[in-house]
Structure formats: C-alpha cells, structure tokens
Ligand binder design. Structure first.
Ligand SMILES: NC(=O)c1ccc[n+]([C@@H]2O[C@H](COP(=O)([O-])OP(=O)(O)OC[C@H]3O[C@@H](n4cnc5c(N)ncnc54)[C@H](OP(=O)(O)O)[C@@H]3O)[C@@H](O)[C@H]2O)c1
Length: 334
C-alpha cells in the first residue's frame, strides 16, 4: 500500500511538473531574437532601461557591443543597473546613464539638449518606459496630463519628434515603440483624452479596477503614433516598428496587482507569464534584425508580425497626431 503522505506529496509535485511542461511547451512560441550581429559603433537609446523589459533589452544590446544610453527617470537606478551589467559583462558595449523624466516636458527638453550636444546621431530609439497607475489615484504629469496619456504617449511623442534629426543622420536607423496587445481594449474619446469621466467613476468604485482604460488607451496611442510616424518617415531610411513584449513578470503592475493576486493566480501566471528577458526578445528583434529592414509601420509580437484586432481608422490616427502636437505646444490639457 502507498502511504497517504506519499500521495499528498505526489499531487502538488505532479501539478508543478505538469505546469513546468506546459510552460516549456508554450514558451516555444514566445519567439527569440536569433540575430547576434556585432553592434559596435551603433548608438541605442532606451527609455526606462533600468528595470524589467527595458533592462533586459539593454543587456542584450550591450552583449552585442552596442553603445547604450540609459534614459531613466532616476539616475541612481540607471547607474546601479549599469554597474550590475558591467559586472556580468566586463567586455560588453559602452553604457551611458542619463536622466529623463517623461512626465515633464522640461526634463525631455533638457535631455534632448544634452543628447544633441553629445551625439551626432542615434541609430535606434527604443520607446520602452511606461506606467500603470490605478485610475482612482488620479495621477498627473507635471503639465497636468492624465499619467498614462502624459508619460506613455505624449512624453514619447515629444521626445521622438525632438530626436528625428539625430535618427535621420544615422539612416538606416530605427524607432521601436513598445506597446501592448491591450491596445485592442482601448476606447479613445477625443472629448475626454484626460479621462476625467472615467477617473471620477473609478474614485466612486464604479469601474472594474482590472481594466485600466488609461493604460490601454495610451498603448493604442503608441500604435497610432508609430503608424503615423512610419508614413511621415517613409523614404528617410528611418524605420518605425511597434511591438508587444507579451505578458511579463515585471514591476509594471506594482500599484495595481498585489502579491496575493500572484499567489492566487500562480498556476496561470507560471503557464502564461514571460520573464522580462523573454519579453525583451521581440524588442531586441525589432531593434537589431536586418531581415525586417524597410518593413516600416508593422507590429510585432513573439518575434513575428502580429495582426492586431483593433479596427484602426486613418481619421483617428491623424486626429491623434494633430491633437498631440497641439497639447505639446499648449503644455497643458486643452
Ligand atoms: N510587463 C508586461 O506584461 C508588459 C506587457 C505589454 C507591454 N509592456 C510594456 O513594456 C514596457 C516596459 O514595461 P516593464 O514591464 O518592463 O515595466 P517596469 O519594470 O515597471 O519598467 C518601466 C520603466 O519605465 C520607467 N518609467 C516610468 N515612468 C517614467 C517616467 N516618467 N520617465 C521615465 N521613465 C519612466 C520606469 O522607471 P522607474 O524604475 O524609475 O519606475 C522603468 O524603468 C512598457 O511600455 C509597458 O507598457 C509590458
């Protein structure tokens, strides 16, 4: 007879082994950047390179000998990340820490001034930084924009436009916009870009906390921005790619997902969630793979082209571009 204790131990062990197998099987589809070309002499600029997917992207580029500018909100975190990478990769590429707060136009402008003084060209700009903040917190940028609109979209919109000369000088060059497939859940209301209505409802507990419309909208704005930019930059040698890293275990959801959510959802998380490194593969692919050169305006996930389910409309794309320009000029919500 098999003792009861052995059966009790066998059940969780078998479940864990089964989850391990499912994860391994699923991860075959998560994609890997197979290009390993030496990037010596190329300058990459990554926003939010000190943490999560941005950090893993930076490591992959440094391993390929690129010069990487870590554009980070907190310069101490950028330096800390660099010193850790340097310990892992003593012979990797050059790493430069720089301060950039995407929630402040003044910070973006000062950052660009320094870049323009120090760097004649930028080969690849990776717009990776992002935030997810519960809407009920009603967080705003320095200029008073709703935080997701301000940081995830407007900050990168302004930064990219200010860096276009540097990118054009490096042609063939690239802009990689890190979005998310959550853009498919977005609903942009041009009369309320700052989500005043939704925020009031969230404060009263009338919206589902799990779906953050501010975040999904900002990720749709990322896609629209990339599509419009790809059109504007056609024939300049600057390619624009959008990508989704997939659902990854990072700091991104720290304000909205509690530790016990992970515990409850552990089996699902183990099967479906990528590590930050696995998530970075598609970004590194978009930033380095010569096979996609010239295929500007496309969306990638798992290192292959992704066909978004969002019904994109050209009028919406143009409207968003024009409003974003107006907002940057006005430096306040209209
Ligand atoms: N994780 C996922 O499942 C997932 C899925 C799809 C798409 N994405 C996208 O992947 C990108 C990276 O996210 P992650 O998961 O790696 O999250 P993360 O670990 O939280 O990294 C986000 C980075 O953005 C920086 N950042 C936040 N606000 C900033 C600001 N105002 N100015 C400059 N930098 C700022 C953060 O700096 P601090 O460290 O100082 O906060 C951090 O370096 C985001 O664009 C996100 O939307 C993530």
């Amino acid at each position: 007879m098999v003792p009861a204790q052995a059966i009790y131990a066998a059940v969780p062990i078998s479940v864990l082994i089964a989850i391990g197998f499912i994860r391994k099987w699923r991860s075959r589809k998560w994609g890997k950047c197979l290009t390993d070309t030496c990037l010596r002499g190329k300058t990459y600029l990554i926003t939010g390179a000190n943490s999560g997917i941005g950090l893993e992207t930076a490591k992959a580029l440094v391993r390929r000998k690129a010069r990487v500018i870590f554009a980070c909100r907190d310069i101490a975190k950028a330096k800390q990340a660099i010193s850790e990478i340097r310990k892992e990769q003593p012979t990797g590429g050059e790493m430069i820490p720089m301060q950039l707060d995407l929630s402040s136009f003044e910070s973006i402008e000062s950052f660009v001034d320094v870049i323009k003084t120090g760097f004649h060209k930028i080969d690849v700009l990776i717009n990776n930084a992002g935030v997810v903040v519960p809407l009920k917190c009603d967080e705003k940028t320095k200029e008073g924009f709703e935080i997701h609109l301000g940081v995830n979209h407007l900050g990168h919109f302004y930064l990219t436009n200010l860096l276009l000369d540097q990118l054009k000088r490096a042609a063939p060059s690239r802009i990689v916009v890190v979005s998310s497939t959550l853009h498919e859940m977005a609903k942009i209301d041009f009369n309320d870009l700052n989500l005043r209505g939704e925020i009031e409802k969230a404060k009263k507990g009338q919206v589902k906390a799990r779906h953050n419309l501010g975040y999904s909208n900002s990720k749709l704005m990322n896609v629209y921005f990339a599509r419009a930019l790809a059109d504007k930059l056609r024939d300049t040698g600057v390619d624009v790619y959008t990508c989704c890293p997939g659902f990854c275990y990072t700091n991104l959801f720290r304000f909205s997902v509690k530790w016990y959510h992970y515990l409850i959802m552990l089996p699902v998380a183990l099967m479906y969630m990528k590590s930050a490194k696995q998530g970075s593969e598609t970004i590194v692919y978009c930033a380095t793979d010569y096979g996609i050169e010239g295929q500007t305006g496309k969306f990638y996930r798992d290192c292959v082209e992704y066909d978004s389910k969002y019904p994109f409309k050209k009028e919406e794309e143009i409207k968003l571009w024009n409003i974003s320009e107006e907002l940057v000029k006005a430096r306040k919500p209209l």
